[in-house]
Design a protein around this ligand. Structure first.
Ligand code: SF4
Length: 420
């Protein structure tokens, strides 16, 4: 949306007071995200000055659009996930509007996908850009509302993805972050076998001046030997893999309708670590899923302790209507959920600190994202933008550049260092 608005000649401001149009890209995935989105919308609606327009875009709008109109007086426009590419058109319609009735169009059919060209001019921040390779999801995870919001998985055509990567390369992008709900499912709907591997080969060949390509959201069971070998073969593909596992107990995973082959996870992580030395593996877990006993949770703790993930996120189960787990309700008390999350994160904190300390004295390439007060903040290959840690460098460096940094200090999630 930002790129389309740039293309149409709009300029951006981070300051709501200066904006003519306020756009909130909402999240409707889980309860806390919905609450945050609603609160932001209400605050902006309450502070709106005359002539300002407020648009709610994103997942919450797609799923609860008409409800939003009731809950947020002052909302001018709603745009769902299926027609986000209408953002410029919606702005034009709002400008022509003769009354204050909100404008919205929320079709349920998937329209994002295969033929999506991406913007002609690209917007990058700090040298890094997300590259969407598919949208939607066809997995059956019982807790997840995303297939209800996004629809089934639709891959973008490889040539359009490569064309977008080339535009990003000529704009000076240094890091491509490949995203979709499930990157390892890329291409199955286009009849491709090992589609992600094929796409990576094309990207590496077409965009040799983008030194970092990062893979997010791999689905357990679909990290193939070919994928691991492709990652190992190309230095452009970062030794980093995000593979949300959600739990470490077979029965919990079965109730979640997730892959429950724990041996596969152990084998694959072992293979990743031997074939790609130094690889950073990130995962996420849900605690307090319906029926999770203390013994099941203990198994999860042992699983995390044994596999020693480099990065880990933990979420408390959030009950979502319309999902397959709805009949299981939400029986685990909130206090128990919070307590389990705290215990899991404390365990990970110790693991993360140990891992971070191993980097002291080493030199890591760091992509610089911001500077000020004699310092720079960046990320190494171990840190995906916005979700992992940072590297704090004791000098002001060029934003968007990748610079070697000698690591001098370590905290659980962040490192400190000096430019070499
Ligand atoms: S793979 Fe991810 S997006 Fe798809 S249903 Fe499962 S949790 Fe949801």
């Amino acid at each position: 949306m930002a790129q389309l608005l740039d293309d149409a000649g709009h300029s951006r401001t981070e300051n709501p007071d200066k904006a003519h149009v306020l756009i909130v890209n909402t999240c409707g995935f889980i309860g806390p995200a919905r609450d945050e989105s609603l609160q932001t919308l209400r605050e902006l609606a309450a502070g709106k000055r005359s002539g300002q327009q407020l648009i709610a875009a994103g997942c919450l709008s797609q799923r609860y659009g008409t409800q939003l109109i009731r809950e947020v007086p002052g909302l001018d426009g709603i745009l769902g996930t299926r027609r986000w590419m209408d953002i410029v058109h919606l702005g034009q319609r709002l400008n022509r509007r003769k009354n204050t009735k909100p404008i919205y169009h929320l079709p349920n059919y998937p329209t994002v996908g295969r033929d999506e060209h991406g913007a002609q001019r690209v917007a990058i921040q700090g040298g890094s850009a997300y590259l969407k390779i598919a949208d939607g999801c066809r997995r059956p995870c019982a807790f997840c509302a995303i297939p209800l919001i996004k629809g089934t998985h639709v891959s973008r055509a490889p040539e359009l993805i490569v064309a977008e990567a080339l535009r990003l390369q000529s704009s000076g992008v240094r890091e491509l972050v490949l995203i979709s709900q499930d990157t390892t499912d890329y291409g199955h709907d286009l009849g491709m076998k090992n589609g992600l591997v094929q796409l990576l080969e094309k990207l590496v060949a077409a965009a040799p001046d983008i030194p970092w390509i990062r893979i997010m959201y791999a689905y357990p069971g679909y990290v193939t030997d070919e994928l691991i070998e492709t990652m190992a073969r190309h230095s452009q593909i970062l030794p980093y893999l995000d593979m949300p596992l959600q739990h470490g107990h077979r029965q919990t995973l079965k109730r979640m309708k997730r892959p429950a082959n724990i041996e596969w996870v152990h084998r694959t992580i072992q293979k990743l670590r031997t074939t790609i030395p130094g690889i950073a593996i990130r995962s996420t877990f849900i605690v307090g899923y319906p029926g999770e006993t203390e013994a099941e949770f203990q198994t999860l703790m042992e699983f995390v302790n044994a596999l020693k993930f480099d990065r880990l996120g933990a979420f408390e189960f959030s009950f979502e209507t319309g999902t397959a787990s709805e009949p299981l309700a939400d029986p685990i008390p909130q206090l128990v959920k919070s307590e389990r999350r705290r215990r899991l994160m404390e365990l990970q904190e110790r693991i993360s600190l140990q891992k971070s300390l191993e980097f002291v004295g080493q030199t890591l390439d760091v992509i610089i994202e911001g500077t000020g007060d004699g310092l720079s903040v960046g990320r190494s290959y171990r840190d995906a933008p916005e979700i992992d840690g940072t590297v704090i460098v004791d000098n002001e460096l060029d934003v968007g550049e990748i610079t070697p940094v000698r690591i001098t200090g370590a905290m659980a999630h962040d490192l400190t260092g000096s430019p070499v």
